[in-house]
Structure formats: structure tokens, C-alpha cells
Write a protein that binds this ligand. Structure first.
Ligand code: SF4
Length: 462
């Protein structure tokens, strides 16, 4: 087997994310196959950018020297040996994989499908900027990147030093999309106060399309194109009382041909795993999804948990209690805070809201109480409806697993709402948006294991 350190290159499944925290630059490498992470410095990142399978270790050293960085071949050898040990180097068999996505525009030869929004729902973005400070992967196309760098040349000296500001979406080859650096927890273009520097300099249309479209999502279920929202932003829930703004479908002519070509549409596959043992057709999925939304119990979390835990073929419910899931989630949050603390500073939006969530969960664990009843029933129902008509129920694993994960996030939101923050909340708080957005942004489910390390809860009330 060829030695991956002979002419090294970062594995194309590894995502590098640039972070500048209190003036110090770090790069977080995440293997998208197993969630393994490694935090490195700017010097190591520069070495990785020079290591493109064409140079041996000494060649990487010479290329670094030409860029004004002196590193010994021994140090470089040790660094690449560590990456090889972690499986983060490319092997001869590894293809140049573009990031997997099931998002695609409607093909020119495809029949247009009816476009359906969430009836009666009117979304208004209040520009709170949570999204710019929450997500770790803000993706730019090459055109969007050029526009942003020329509109705001002073951001991380982006006009002259692209490598400090953008990294390829995966691996080190520039195959298209890139990901912007984060500065003190937010997008490098997010200016406090004031918002998006690109928007200020060149207007809304200059921002990346992903930013313009968030939190909307489009899903093609084979019959209709659903235009929905991700319940990951306080504005999504604030908009439930909105009566003046255009509805989601306003200005859209009624079928998919009227959607702008850049809108990503998530294709719901022909076959879907309802449970690990029960694969169903898309038509069957549509039926079960619609029944789930229309027949959901008043306690949305309990209903989803029970449905998710129902074995495909029998009538015996899985005995796993939601308390165990919530304790495991509390442990996972602790682990995430520890790992994230290696590159993110206390006080950033994600760190402070993760800590807020973790503190509330620990208080609940200490009480021994059962999972709390609904405190925002209308909002919870809306979150389920929005998730079901977006692509969220089929995003990872089986639908059943996703129903259980959704139940845990809704219970978490109730727990967050039950315990006020110790030190006051930095921003307007919407517990559902907080748990759903942080689960997505922190990679919560990549690290969650449904076994509790804290041991059984004592004094649990039944
Ligand atoms: S580019 Fe602008 S809108 Fe998009 S995340 Fe960055 S600051 Fe926010």
C-alpha cells in the first residue's frame, strides 16, 4: 500500500474551517466521514495548502519557504505522519469528491411541479444576525467570493490574502465553492453592530445566495415543490403573528418554473428508510408525513418520540425512555463545549448559547423531573410542519431516528424555556430556534451517542 505521507495531500472528505479568535488564527479540520476533528495553526494550514500530491515532504518545505515560512522537514514529517494516523490524508484510490448534496435545480426537461408554501405563513427577516454568528460553513460560489472580496477589501486583507479569508469547501483543491473564515465566532463579513458588510457596500443582491435565501428551504417530494422554513431562527417564530408581510408564495407564479435558477431544491429520493428495517416509497412517505402533521398530538415531542420508537412491524413499543435520550444529549453538549473551547472563545454567540442550553439541561437532570409538558404548543406544531414540508425528516438516517431527534430538541427547548439564563440572555431568545439552530451548527448529532455516561438519574419522578 502506498505511503500517504510520501506525497501528501489532505483527504477530500476533510473540511477545513478558518477561525480567528481574539486575533489568533486557527484551522479546524473535520473529517466529514466520522466527525473526527483536529485543530491546527496557520503554519500547518499553509503547509497543507502546499501539499497537493505533487510534492514530497522536502518539496512542501521548499514551497513554504518561498512563501516566507521556515519549517524543518522533520517537523513537517511529524505533522503529516499524525494526519496519516488519523486517516486524514488522501490515498491513491480517493476521488476528487465534490461535497455530497441532494440539492439540484429543476432540469430543463422536467415537468414543472406545483409550488406550495406554508399556507397563511408570512416570513419577515428582522435582521437580528443570529444566522451570521451561528453557522460554521457559510458557502460562497467563486463569483460571490470575488464580489465580496472586491466590495470589502479590508476584511482580513481579503483582496490580497485570499488564503486567510477563504478555504475550499472540502480538501485543499479549489473545485468551486469555498467557505469564509469566522472572526470571533461570526462570519468574517459580519460587522457588529450593523450587520453584513457586503450588504452595506453593494446591496442585498451582492450577498451569497445562501444568505439571501436563509432560512427558506425548497423540497421536491415528487408531486409538489414545498417552500418551507428551517425553524432555526427567532424570526421564523416571530413571523407567526405577522399579518402584513407578503406570504411565502407572494410573487411566485404557482409552479416550480417560476423559481429563480439558483434556488437549491432538495430532492426527496424514490425510496426512503422509515426505520432501519422498513424502506418505503416516496408516495408512502408523503402519506405518512401528511398524517403525522395532521394527526399530531397536543404534546408534539411525546407524539414524535412514540412514533419514532414504534417498530415497523409490531405493536410493542421500544422501552427506551426519553429521559435517557435527554441525559445523553446533556453529556453531548458538555463534550461539544470542551471541544469547541479549543478554538472558539467564551462569549461568542455559539459558545454562550451552547453554554446556556447546557446549563438548563443540567438543572433539569438534577431535578429528576420527567420531560416537561408543552409551553409553546403552537410554535412546536409549526416547527414540525415546517420540518416535514422542508427536507428535514429525511436528512440523516431513517425518518424514525429523525422523529426522535426532533422530539429531543423540542423537549430541550421546553427545558431552556423553564430555566432563565443565570447571567441574562444576550439576545432575544426563542428556545425552539436556539435548540434547532445549535444542533445544526454544532454538529450535535455527529457526536451524540444514545447511552448516558452520567448513570441512572436518582429520585426520578414517574
Ligand atoms: S456574507 Fe453577510 S449575510 Fe452572509 S453570513 Fe456573512 S455577514 Fe451574514
Amino acid at each position: 500500500m502506498a505511503d500517504p505521507t510520501a506525497r501528501p495531500e489532505l483527504h477530500p472528505a476533510v473540511a477545513a474551517r478558518l477561525h480567528v479568535s481574539q486575533g489568533e488564527a486557527r484551522v479546524v479540520l473535520t473529517d466529514t466521514r466520522d466527525g473526527q476533528e483536529l485543530v491546527i495553526g496557520e503554519r500547518e494550514w499553509a503547509a497543507l495548502r502546499c501539499a497537493d500530491s505533487s510534492r514530497d515532504i522536502d518539496g512542501v518545505r521548499v514551497a513554504l519557504q518561498a512563501r516566507g515560512r521556515r519549517v524543518s522537514s522533520n517537523d513537517l514529517g511529524g505533522f503529516f505522519a499524525e494526519l496519516a494516523r488519523l486517516g486524514m490524508l488522501r490515498g491513491p484510490e480517493d476521488e476528487d469528491a465534490r461535497p455530497a448534496s441532494h440539492a439540484a435545480p429543476i432540469g430543463a426537461d422536467e415537468a414543472a411541479r406545483p409550488l406550495r408554501g406554508l399556507a397563511g405563513y408570512r416570513f419577515v427577516c428582522r435582521g437580528q444576525g443570529h444566522c451570521c454568528e451561528t453557522y460554521g460553513s457559510i458557502i460562497f460560489t467563486p463569483e460571490e467570493e470575488l464580489r465580496a472580496r472586491s466590495a470589502c477589501p479590508d476584511i482580513l486583507d481579503g483582496d490580497h490574502s485570499r488564503e486567510r479569508l477563504f478555504a475550499p469547501e472540502r480538501g485543499i483543491r479549489d473545485l468551486g465553492a469555498s467557505c469564509v473564515a469566522r472572526v470571533d465566532g461570526g462570519c468574517a463579513y459580519f460587522i457588529r453592530p450593523g450587520g453584513c458588510a457586503v450588504h452595506h457596500a453593494k446591496g442585498l443582491d451582492a450577498k451569497p445566495k445562501g444568505c439571501q435565501f436563509f432560512p427558506l428551504v425548497c423540497a421536491d417530494d415528487g408531486e409538489n415543490i414545498h417552500l418551507s422554513v428551517r425553524p432555526e431562527c427567532a424570526c421564523v417564530f416571530d413571523s407567526l403573528t405577522e399579518t402584513e408581510a407578503p406570504t411565502l408564495l407572494e410573487g411566485v407564479l404557482g409552479d416550480s418554473s417560476s423559481l429563480p435558477a439558483w434556488v437549491p431544491i432538495y430532492r426527496i429520493p424514490e425510496r426512503i428508510a422509515w426505520t432501519s428495517a422498513d424502506e418505503i416509497s416516496r408516495a408512502e412517505f408523503r402519506q405518512r408525513r401528511d398524517a403525522l402533521v395532521s394527526q399530531i398530538d397536543d404534546d408534539v415531542a411525546r407524539s414524535l418520540w412514540d412514533t419514532g420508537k414504534m417498530p415497523a412491524s409490531g405493536d410493542v413499543r421500544d422501552a427506551t425512555a426519553p429521559e435517557s435520550g435527554l441525559v445523553a444529549l446533556t453529556d453531548t453538549l458538555d463534550g461539544l463545549l470542551g471541544r469547541r473551547g479549543l478554538w472558539d472563545a467564551e462569549g461568542t454567540y455559539v459558545m454562550s448559547t451552547l453554554r446556556r442550553w447546557s446549563e438548563a439541561m443540567k438543572k433539569w437532570v438534577a431535578t429528576g423531573d420527567p420531560p416537561p409538558p408543552p409551553i409553546q404548543p403552537a410554535e412546536e406544531r409549526f416547527a414540525l410542519r415546517a420540518l416535514a414540508y422542508g427536507d428535514a425528516l429525511i436528512r440523516r438516517g431513517s425518518v424514525s431516528e429523525e422523529l426522535c431527534r426532533t422530539a429531543l430538541l423540542i423537549w430541550s427547548a421546553r427545558i431552556i424555556g423553564r430555566y432563565p439564563a443565570d447571567h441574562g440572555s444576550k439576545r432575544d431568545e426563542q428556545p425552539l430556534a436556539l435548540s434547532f439552530s445549535l444542533a445544526q451548527a454544532s454538529g450535535l448529532w455527529d457526536h451524540y451517542a444514545p447511552t448516558q455516561k452520567s448513570g441512572p438519574r436518582t429520585g426520578a419522578k414517574s
